[in-house]
Ligand binder design. Structure first.
Ligand SMILES: *Cc1c(COP(=O)(O)O)cnc(C)c1O
Length: 343
């Protein structure tokens, strides 16, 4: 079975689906024996028609579908200053005639002008969002809810969604992606050992887990590398969000803690703080494939995958699918991380 009954949920098409699955010929040539006979394929969720693209568009298809059905004229969301989710919410709102407000926290200890004004933060303004910047420790969602109440008092209809768009409704986007991947894999006759994603707000991994489970597949086919929370906390978050998503998708079906594979190693010292493995992964993909990973999520996750492949985690001849989640605007917030002085 590769079908989920998703037509029940309001959805606003934002991506050209299905996104392609591609081999990495240049990277395979470059790494040679270091790949231990493992084939890495990429799912191109970084390709998109507008806004700079990325995984948040899959969640926004369902979030904005729900917003539209509620009659919303305004959407409000939250994130870190360089949030890809905030940027894509602003772009998708602009495209659909909705007003957009963003509550962004200064939670990453970077003061460079590139970080505070370029990359995603620059694009938020360009897409016409109203941005509220908050200190790192602020409760941005509470601030967003307070603002939503104030706007409702003025007669507006407001739809708010959490960090990363990872509400159960948002997670449906990656449940849909699980079905999409399984259909592609079946058509290509592939036997996947693993589907690998970065994990920030846990919704991408949780959606895949919920989708796989609802399809009658093993949820452990999906694995994430956590870049925000500690490993155990990230795992608990995936579990909770996967079950909340299953409550929508297939009530009565549940996953257990043993179904959730999360590796917290690649995060390094903290969210948004560059690591050597991230730099190496971003450079490798750029120089062998001409493709862009991002410094906060996919660069760290791909670095984690390369480490595990080199360590022999997957048997020779196996195939691993890495989901390219986008985020390339984030590179323009981190030019110093890739200078020669940075290593
Ligand atoms: C948000 C994001 C992720 C992580 O997705 P979550 O659903 O928040 O775990 C991965 N990659 C990029 C580029 C992102 O912007």
């Amino acid at each position: 079975m590769t079908d989920l009954d998703l037509a029940r949920f309001p959805r606003l098409p934002l991506l050209g689906l299905p996104t392609p699955i591609e081999p990495l010929a240049g990277l395979t040539r470059e790494l040679g024996a270091a790949l231990n006979g493992v084939q890495i394929l990429v799912k191109r969720d970084d390709l998109a028609g507008f806004g700079g693209g990325g995984n948040k568009l899959r969640k926004l298809e369902f979030l904005l579908g729900a917003a539209r059905d509620s009659g919303a004229d305004t959407v409000i969301t939250v994130g870190a200053l360089q949030s890809n989710h905030a940027r894509l919410t602003a772009a998708a709102a602009a495209r659909n005639g909705l007003k957009c407000e963003l509550f962004l926290t200064r939670s990453v200890p970077r003061e460079e002008a590139a970080y505070t004004g370029n990359g995603n933060r620059f694009l938020d303004d360009l897409f016409g969002a109203q941005v509220h910047e908050l200190p790192g420790e602020a409760d941005s969602f509470a601030a967003a809810e307070a603002r939503a109440d104030a706007l409702r008092g003025e007669g507006r209809t407001v739809y708010t969604f959490p960090s990363g768009g990872s509400s159960p409704v948002g997670c449906l986007g990656y449940a849909a992606c699980a079905a999409e991947i399984m259909a592609q894999v079946e058509a290509k006759g592939l036997d996947l050992a693993q589907i690998v994603v970065p994990n920030g707000s846990a919704g991408t991994h949780a959606g895949l887990v919920a989708g796989l489970k609802a399809l009658g597949r093993d949820p452990k086919l999906a694995k994430s590398y956590a870049v925000l929370a500690e490993e155990e906390a990230a795992k608990a978050e995936v579990l909770a969000k996967a079950n909340a998503t299953l409550d929508l998708l297939q009530p009565g079906t549940r996953v257990e803690a043993d179904d959730i594979l999360v590796d917290g190693h690649p995060r390094g010292p903290g969210y948004g703080i560059p690591t050597d493995a991230m730099r190496a992964a971003v450079r490798l993909m750029a120089r062998s494939e001409g493709m862009l990973l991002d410094p906060v999520y996919s660069g760290k996750a791909f670095g984690g995958l390369l480490r595990d492949v080199a360590a022999g985690l997957y048997p020779q001849g196996s195939t691993v699918l890495f989901v390219m989640t986008g985020g390339s605007p984030g590179l323009f917030a981190y030019p110093d991380a890739f200078s020669d002085a940075a290593g």
